[in-house]
Write a protein that binds this ligand. Structure first.
Ligand SMILES: Cc1cc2nc3c(=O)[nH]c(=O)nc-3n(C[C@H](O)[C@H](O)[C@H](O)COP(=O)(O)O)c2cc1C
Length: 168
C-alpha cells in the first residue's frame, strides 16, 4: 500500500488517485496531495506551472498530440504516460483526461485529469512501442511515429482507447 520506490521507479497502490486540473493552455491550477507527494514538487511549484513540468524524455510527442486533439475537441481520452518527478525518478500512470465546460456548456474552460496505477502487463507492452515511436520522431517524423502506433494497434485489432481500456 502507498508509494514504493525501487531504483528510479516509483509505483503506487491501486487505491491512490493522482488528480490535477489545468487551464485551457495546460497550466496547472490544482493538484491533490497524492500528485504533490509523487511528483516531488511543492504545491507552490506546481500551481501555475505548465503540465509539461512532468514530461519524461521517453514519451513520444504523438501521444500528447493525440491527448490535446481529443480534449480540445471536447472529448475525453485515456492514455498511458510516463512522468518524471522533480528528483529525476519516473512513474507510469493510466490517465484519464476530460475537458471542463462552462456552465452553459458553450466553451471549454479547462481540463481535468485523474490517474491511477497502470497494469504492469500493459506497460510491458506499451513501453517498447513508445520507444519505437520516439526513435521515429527523432530520426523520421511525427507521421512515422503515429504510423507505428496505428500499425501496432491495427495488428492487435483495437483502437488506442480500447487497447488501454482492455487492461483495466
Ligand atoms: C489535464 C492535463 C493533464 C496532463 N498531464 C500530463 C502529465 O501528467 N504528464 C505530461 O507529461 N503531460 C501531461 N499533459 C500534457 C502536457 O500539457 C504537455 O502537452 C506534454 O507534457 C508535452 O509537453 P510539450 O507540449 O511541451 O511537448 C497534460 C495535459 C492536460 C490538459
Amino acid at each position: 500500500m502507498g508509494i514504493t520506490v525501487k531504483g528510479n521507479e516509483i509505483t503506487f497502490s491501486e487505491d491512490m488517485f493522482i488528480v490535477s486540473k489545468t487551464d485551457t493552455k495546460g497550466n496547472i491550477t490544482y493538484g491533490n496531495e497524492t500528485f504533490i507527494e509523487i511528483s516531488g514538487y511543492s504545491e507552490d511549484e506546481l500551481i501555475g506551472a505548465p503540465h509539461n513540468i512532468l514530461r519524461h524524455k521517453d514519451m513520444p510527442r504523438v501521444v500528447f498530440k493525440l491527448l490535446w486533439d481529443k480534449v480540445q475537441s471536447g472529448e475525453e481520452i485515456f492514455a498511458y504516460v510516463k512522468n518524471r518527478t522533480k528528483s529525476g525518478k519516473y512513474y507510469w500512470v493510466h490517465t484519464y483526461v476530460t475537458p471542463t465546460f462552462s456552465i452553459d456548456n458553450s466553451k471549454i474552460i479547462g481540463y481535468h485529469s485523474v490517474r491511477r496505477s497502470p497494469n504492469s502487463e500493459a506497460i510491458k507492452l506499451i513501453a517498447p512501442i513508445y520507444a519505437k515511436m520516439l526513435q521515429a520522431e527523432k530520426f523520421g517524423s511525427m507521421e512515422a511515429s503515429a504510423k507505428i502506433l496505428n500499425d501496432t494497434l491495427q495488428s492487435l485489432g483495437v483502437s488506442y482507447e480500447k487497447f488501454i481500456l482492455s487492461y483495466e
